[in-house]
Write a protein that binds this ligand. Sequence first.
Ligand SMILES: [Mg+2]
Length: 167
Amino acid sequence: MIVLNGKVPLGWRLDDLAEQKVGIDFINNPFAIVPKREDAERIVAAFTSLDPHFLSFASLRAVNVPRCERWHPPESLPWTCADWSNALCGEAGELANVVKKIRRQQTGALNEGDPAMEELVKRVGEELADVVIYADLVAHYFRIDLGAAVRTKFNEVSKKYGFPERL
Ligand SMILES: [Mg+2]
């Protein structure tokens, strides 16, 4: 059974990924194993060959962990969960700093040297991306399926407030 974040993406056939020769262990349970760096490119290529705009938590994880290991060689001290969550909060802080500059412009409290609004909005996207990337690394530390966690939490909140939206 092929499962990606608990679902087969819309329009995909069950054997689509198998035809792309993605490692069967990864397909069956992409969050239970640490993807090997040599497999990462192939896994992401398989996802994107089916839909070039599709980005899943599974495909992010496939390349995020092997890339991260480049900054953390085996001889270095391993990061603790506190290090990873600190890095995540650091990126959230960088996002807040960009928004601070946006608010300066919106309220007329200009600071000399602040970038133009267009550049600041671009940086919001970049910092949000950093937050998501580190959130995935925190999730990886605890072997959490981030997509499943988002789905569960989203649906719990919808149910709690009586909203119909579900993932
Ligand atoms: Mg950043």
